[in-house]
Design a protein around this ligand. Structure first.
Ligand SMILES: Cc1cc2nc3c(=O)[nH]c(=O)nc-3n(C[C@H](O)[C@H](O)[C@H](O)COP(=O)(O)OP(=O)(O)OC[C@H]3O[C@@H](n4cnc5c(N)ncnc54)[C@H](O)[C@@H]3O)c2cc1C
Length: 471
């Protein structure tokens, strides 16, 4: 019998980019029973329910304006860790930070991580995140052995690639719209050192940028590109490629030392003095076209020398966490991230067009990140045999409508080039866009599963209503 009440639980929630606000009734369940209580309350009140992990999606994936939001960050126990087999079982609110800090000192690393360590496992599975090794290791879902989830009917399901396989491949990538993960069992990756060997090369234009990502991928465990998205003309798409390999055998003379947590954890201070937590305040004056153009040019000039160095796993993967709250430097309107995935054959032309449009309209992206990808078999997959480009756009009251129109124009370019989108990032994807890139058959399959798992349509988020709202 539910003891939850709505009173005094109504709070404004935001997306990671702080460009959206959606007040909701927020509950923080500690166990599966409390999730069921929230479903009961939803049934009684007619409200809908969305899950929220760490709220690190750039868009409205974990917002549910006027409805109930289940903040799962309190279900954060590592249930079982076996350092011999590298298998871990955890509750959905366990963050990647908790996970790597538990397994790394014993010679393991999460096989797939996002660019921030503050995401939760539940959120990572629901979005089916990719890392800088997507072309090699696939998305996180490929490393899940089994999970349990609570459906809005109150039923508990256990899914693996061999058991309830249809639900396994749909709930991973299903944005929490079919059920709520309550425990997740995953396989970690063996490492022989706490360091990666990283190579950095400058690339002088878009063609070279994509060719480098493509050519280097087979020889490396990880590749990622930074793109100066504020310079056009012949230098459009210039930037820097980083590619990294694990160290093996005696390449690391003292792996016990490099795998110690103290040699992985990102320092809280810059130069040992300046607290990083306030750095974003000093970035604010630069968060305009002129400031970011200068930053991009300086970064490009600094990257012109090819070099090789060794870096801890945490430092390589979680670069964005070096500056806590960096997203706040974008100011009141926040930021929108637009990530498109394009086949390797069409990416160059499509992105050339999009980047030129953004420069011409005076709404350039301040940060561009490229990755190499391969397809996977999850129902709502965003991946394909090609590349992705993530672009960060500053939102202001003055540009909000123009920016939205430009990004919808980009959607058309991406669709025309056979591309796909990622539901954890984009804020503009419309139902007809999703229908085009996912295909009628996939959407019909998703809706059928939704009816089976959630017959009364209790699980909804702002994203769900935006993209799948009107069947
Ligand atoms: C700085 C930064 C860098 C990033 N880098 C990458 C990257 O490299 N690769 C990448 O793929 N993504 C990346 N992301 C996106 C991020 O990994 C995803 O948005 C991820 O889903 C966020 O996890 P979260 O715990 O914050 O989930 P939330 O944002 O809170 O939720 C995301 C989705 O998961 C659902 N959900 C949450 N918990 C559960 C649960 N227990 N059961 C069912 N559904 C649930 C929510 O309803 C929502 O649909 C990045 C984000 C940031 C802010």
């Amino acid at each position: 019998m539910s003891t939850l009440t709505l009173e005094r639980n109504f709070f404004p929630l935001q997306n990671f980019g702080h460009s959206l606000t959606a007040p909701a009734y927020v509950f923080k369940p500690r166990c599966a029973e409390e999730i069921c209580e929230a479903f009961e309350l939803a049934g009684k009140t007619g409200l809908t329910v969305a899950a929220r992990g760490a709220g690190r999606s750039y868009n409205d994936a974990s917002l549910n304006g006027g409805g109930i939001v289940l903040d799962l960050s309190g279900m954060n126990r590592i249930i079982n860790w076996d350092p011999v087999t590298g298998r871990v079982a955890a509750e959905p609110g366990v963050t990647l930070e908790q996970l790597w800090q538990r397994v790394e000192p014993e010679g393991w690393w999460p096989p797939v991580v996002s660019g921030t360590m503050f995401t939760t496992l539940g959120g990572c599975l629901a979005a089916n995140i990719h890392g800088k090794n997507n072309f090699r290791m696939g998305p996180i879902g490929e490393h899940v052995i089994e999970f349990t989830a609570i459906l809005p009917t109150g039923a508990e399901v256990t899914c693996s690639p061999n058991k309830n396989a249809d639900l396994f491949y749909a709930m991973i990538s299903g944005l929490g719209m079919l059920g709520i993960f309550t425990s997740i069992t995953m396989q970690m990756k063996r490492i022989e050192s706490g360091l990666l060997e990283v190579h950095a090369w400058p690339v002088h234009n878009l063609h070279e940028h994509l060719a480098f990502l493509f050519d280097k991928a087979p020889d490396f465990d990880y590749t990622v590109g930074w793109m100066d998205t504020m310079t056009g003309g012949k230098s459009l798409g210039r930037g820097q490629i980083h590619a990294a390999n694990y160290l093996h055998g005696d390449e690391d003379p003292d792996p016990q030392k490099t795998m110690k947590l103290e040699n992985q954890i990102l320092p809280p201070r810059i130069f040992g003095v300046f607290p990083k937590s306030i750095l974003y305040i000093f970035m604010k004056p630069f968060a305009n076209n002129l400031g970011w153009s200068a930053v991009n040019t300086a970064k490009y000039v600094a990257s012109l020398r090819a070099h090789t160095f060794r870096q801890s796993h945490a430092a390589f993967h979680f670069l964005l966490d070096y500056v806590p709250n960096w997203e706040l430097s974008y100011g009141r309107g926040g930021l929108i991230q637009y990530q498109s995935f394009l086949p390797k054959e069409t990416a160059e032309e499509a992105w050339r067009g999009m980047l030129n449009i953004s420069l011409k309209r005076g709404m350039p992206s301040y940060l561009g990140v490229t990755k190499r990808h391969r397809p996977d078999q999850f129902l709502m997959t965003h991946a394909l045999d090609g590349f992705s480009l993530a672009l960060d756009f500053k939102v202001t009251n003055g540009n909000r409508a123009k920016l939205s129109a430009m990004l919808q124009e980009f959607d058309k370019v991406v669709l025309g080039a056979g591309g796909r989108f990622y539901f954890a990032k984009n804020s503009e994807t419309r139902p007809e866009t999703a229908m085009r890139f996912l295909g009628e058959e996939t959407i019909a399959k998703f809706r059928k599963l939704k009816k089976r798992c959630d017959p009364n349509g209790i699980l909804e988020s702002d994203l769900y209503r935006r993209v799948f709202g009107n069947p």
